[in-house]
Design a protein around this ligand. Structure first.
Ligand SMILES: Nc1ncnc2c1ncn2[C@@H]1O[C@H](COP(=O)(O)OP(=O)(O)OP(=O)(O)O)[C@@H](O)[C@H]1O
Length: 255
């Protein structure tokens, strides 16, 4: 379980003159958010550019430290045990290049488990399981620089899965992907949902993922504007540039 209570995050406190409720200055990226993400949930965090999605999910494992409020993972405050939070919450960044570190697929996926000091057998098992989960079982020896964008995204997901986190956060996993690659990543997310991994997908593009979600949280100006099952949420996310299956609601591209 991930729990946020009254979380507020600001950037550039003395910078650009945006007044927060408590009189502090700076951009308020996340504004007094309370949120619980139960184990096993498939949660989509939606919202327009700049609405605070990335900042919010980065508080889940301490990559961003809130200015106010508390974040707990599995009952422990993140700031009390950063190592536990980092191992419980895996994160796949917007650009897979930010986290692919090795020359080959297998070496990259093994990198995290190796740093945990696991046995060779355990590392091999985790790499094999993670590769299977992203449908790349036979591609361990391939060079990262020979992969397409969608394949790199899947390797980044596999690398996070190999850490066997309780929760997996994917920040804009579709950015820069062409349609077949996008569908392939959606299929991998569907498979994760089937095995019960708790998944949090950050996106401003709800196509396909809305149908996978148990719940959609919609952010606007750093606040939760919508928190509802997908069928209700898409009707009430005004102003988002998103499309949903069937073309309803929100975000139909302007005529
Ligand atoms: N490092 C930073 N320094 C200053 N301001 C920042 C920083 N990161 C984000 N912001 C500001 O905080 C607000 C929320 O940004 P954030 O990236 O969390 O939103 P987002 O919904 O993920 O946006 P996007 O979809 O464009 O990634 C925006 O106004 C943004 O300009």
């Amino acid at each position: 379980m991930i729990e946020l209570d009254g979380v507020t995050c600001r950037y550039g406190r003395a910078g650009d003159g945006v007044d927060a409720a408590d009189g502090a200055t700076g951009t308020v990226a996340v504004d007094n958010v309370c949120l619980s993400v139960p184990d096993g949930e498939f949660l989509v965090v939606a919202g327009a550019n700049g609405s605070g999605k990335t900042t919010l999910v980065r508080t889940f494992n301490g990559l961003v430290e809130p200015d106010a409020g508390t974040v707990s993972v599995n009952g422990t405050p993140v700031d009390a045990d950063l190592v536990a939070a980092r191992s419980a919450v895996g994160m796949v960044f917007q650009d897979p290049r930010d986290q692919l570190v090795a020359a080959t697929v297998g070496a990259d996926i093994a990198f995290g488990p190796e740093n945990l000091g696991l046995s060779h057998d355990e590392i091999d098992r985790r790499v094999a399981d993670a590769l299977a989960a992203v449908n790349m079982a036979d591609r361990e020896r391939e060079r990262i620089d020979a992969l397409s964008g969608g394949e790199r995204e899947r390797v980044a997901i596999a690398g996070a899965l190999a850490m066997e986190p309780d929760h997996l956060v994917l920040d804009e996993p579709f950015t820069g992907l062409d349609e077949p690659a996008r569908r392939s990543v959606v299929e991998r997310l569907r498979a994760l949902r089937r095995v019960g991994t708790s998944v949090i997908v950050v996106t401003h593009d709800l196509r396909d993922v809305a149908a996978l979600a148990d719940r959609i949280v919609g952010l606007a100006d750093g606040r939760i504007a919508v928190d509802a099952p997908p069928e209700d949420a898409v009707e009430s996310l005004p102003g988002l540039d998103v499309r949903v299956p069937g073309g309803g609601g929100l975000g139909d591209p302007p005529a």
